[in-house]
Design a protein around this ligand. Structure first.
Ligand code: SF4
Length: 447
């Protein structure tokens, strides 16, 4: 344990405690420009799949491959008429997020469902989409997968059976504000309630984007750090939120340096969607900063193969080149990614940009998620369609985060059929049955 603590410290932690950052500068308005760090996006366009037809109400359309230009080209057609330097500046992206009905209806031809939801959003999850991610949305098709994930519809205002604001019971396992301590050796540290783009199926929709429930801030961070320091059984901290990579570099460095001085911590993880919705955030400077705090792991929230663009690829390459192992977490969503071909395409694209598929989550029963949730059989069908049919690296763990705080429970199709004498019976991906001589019980008896 001490050895690990020493190795985490070797990563370049400042000798003296850094000055606590100005938390008012965490979000877009006052973040200093990093224009000199901005790279042009790479040139080769990707051919991406897209739903391209208008929709008959409530019906899903077949996927048709269409050529989609990279956002660099769409930028010129976009209402903001941004210069390349502006477009590639993550702070410009944050300042110009799509947040109103007027802006959204200029970019997209909104359906009645969408119009009603955006106009009467009320207490629901706020609307925010970065210009970059908005440039990936289909202008006319309300059933376009990426569009469905970020544009509200009326259905999210309806609560179905079993849904709740906090389905995972995180608030009940929170010893101090912004910290969830469920498993003995690790904690979830919710460092901000801010995201650059709000997913309509967000598990933490009860808190993200709401200033009244802001989890960032010096006093909450200090309480959380104090708790971690005092609990020596904690060896792993997951920074999440909100999106930790929407913090500015100074805040992030302050936080990581404080964590890395805690001798019983072995490593830190970050959960983020920034490489997907705000790839401009992954600047060379940020990659250099993160590299100083190894061992550091990053899990990225990917949802659909169309999210793997040249810009996202550059962002992930930058992080991987900084020595950070990258994983993906994907939520299973009805009509968006709930078929084997879409998932296989996503996972194949991720492996090409050095992101390992890690978790496939059954959608949590948050309030207003009925239109996103699939039967569990759908998830099992997808795993069955992947295992044995593609590289094992491309097969994530399919899990349900048990409502009420039960933690993640893995689900597998039926491969283990039972015991037959000294053998166990197994079914492979081709549905063929095999025996495995499991003599351990017999040996134990004979001994
Ligand atoms: S990025 Fe994560 S925390 Fe932010 S809205 Fe999406 S699911 Fe929620």
């Amino acid at each position: 344990m001490q050895k690990n603590a020493r190795s985490i410290r070797r990563g370049g932690i400042p000798r003296k405690a850094m000055k606590i950052p100005d938390f008012s500068s965490i979000q877009s308005e006052s973040i200093q420009s990093e224009q000199n760090e901005i790279d042009e996006p790479p040139s080769p366009p990707l051919s991406l799949n897209s739903f391209s037809d208008p929709v008959q109400s409530g019906e899903l359309l077949p996927v048709r491959p269409v050529k989609r230009p990279p956002s660099r080209i769409l930028r010129k057609q976009f209402i903001f008429r941004a210069s390349p330097a502006e477009w590639n500046d993550w702070q410009w992206q944050l300042r110009n997020r799509v947040q109103s009905f007027d802006t959204l209806s200029t970019i997209l031809t909104l359906s009645q469902e969408e119009t009603d939801a955006v106009k009467t959003n009320g207490e629901a999850l706020p609307l925010a989409i970065t210009p970059y991610y908005a440039s990936l949305l289909d202008k006319t098709n309300p059933m376009h997968p990426l569009r469905r994930a970020v544009v509200p519809v009326r259905a999210e205002l309806c609560r179905s059976f079993g849904e709740s604001e906090d389905p995972l019971g995180e608030d009940a396992d929170s010893p101090v504000p912004g910290l969830v301590h469920r498993y003995p050796d690790r904690v979830l540290f919710l460092v901000t309630d801010f995201c650059s783009t709000y997913c309509r199926y967000c598990t933490r929709s009860r808190m993200v984007g709401r200033s009244s429930a802001m989890h960032g801030g010096a006093s909450n961070w200090e309480k959380a750090l104090g708790y971690i320091e005092a609990n020596t059984s904690i060896r792993d901290v997951l920074l999440s939120g909100g999106d930790p990579l929407t913090l500015n570099d100074d805040s992030l460095e302050w936080l990581l340096s404080r964590l890395c001085r805690i001798s019983h911590l072995e490593f830190v993880r970050i959960g983020t969607k920034a490489p997907v919705v705000l790839p401009q955030r992954i600047t060379p400077r940020l990659a250099r900063l993160l590299k100083r705090y190894h061992p550091l792991w990053i899990n990225i929230h990917f949802m659909h193969p169309e999210e793997v663009t040249p810009e996202t690829s550059t962002a992930c390459t930058r992080l991987a080149d900084a020595g950070i192992p990258l994983g993906s977490q994907t939520v299973l969503l009805k009509g968006i990614n709930d078929d084997v071909d879409t998932m296989k395409e996503l996972y194949h694209r991720l492996l090409k940009i050095r992101v390992r598929p890690y978790y496939l989550y059954q959608c949590d029963p948050i309030a207003g998620s009925g239109h996103f949730r699939t039967p569990v059989e759908k998830g099992l069908e997808i795993i069955k369609g992947l295992r044995g049919h593609t590289s094992g690296l491309a097969v994530p763990n399919y899990v349900i985060d048990a409502p009420g705080g039960g933690g993640k429970i893995p689900l597998l199709p039926e491969y283990f059929l039972g015991r037959y004498g000294d053998n166990i019976l197994l079914k492979n991906y081709e549905e063929l049955i095999f025996r495995y001589p499991d003599t351990s019980l017999k040996r134990r008896f004979e001994e």
